[in-house]
Design a protein around this ligand. Structure first.
Ligand code: HEC
Length: 117
């Protein structure tokens, strides 16, 4: 999985134009929430959620308030953002579109011997 993240992050780092996007990659948010913030496993989808909801959730997490059993892994990452960055991050994530490249998941499942459909 790490390899996928690295390969897919590289062009995005080069193209990164706005602060929150750079921060999202620099702070490794993509390693749990996915390249497009589409969510992976226990890490919820963030793309296109309401800005005020994202902001409230990030502030809750900064105070150690989690929603799920695996939520505590998120606390230190929420705390890695200062107040301005938190606001920018909520704004950025809310603008992301739901256009996930499903292919990369299929490649991953194939190598595990799961033919899928
Ligand atoms: C180690 C994996 C991991 C990393 C890295 C990570 N997150 Fe999370 N994130 C989670 C998990 C798990 C939750 C669910 C938290 C909960 O239960 O409250 C979460 C929740 C969130 C939420 C709240 C979503 C909701 O619907 O409640 C936001 C916003 C968020 N993360 C943003 C970020 C940002 C921004 C970064 C990078 C600074 C980041 N995350 C890095 C695992 C991670």
């Amino acid at each position: 999985m790490k390899q996928f993240v690295l390969i897919f992050s590289f062009p995005l780092i080069l193209l990164a134009s706005n602060d929150a996007e750079t921060l999202y990659l620099k702070n490794a948010c993509n390693s749990c929430h996915g390249m497009y913030a589409e969510g992976m496993g226990a890490s919820p989808r963030l793309q296109g959620l309401r800005e005020d909801v994202l902001l409230r959730r990030l502030k809750d997490l900064q105070q150690g308030k989690t929603r799920t059993a695996f939520g505590s892994v998120m606390i230190s990452f929420a705390k890695s953002l200062d107040e301005d960055q938190t606001i920018e991050m909520a704004k950025y994530l809310s603008t992301l579109k739901t256009n996930v490249n499903e292919d990369r998941y299929e490649i991953e499942y194939d190598s595990a011997g799961d033919g899928g459909s």
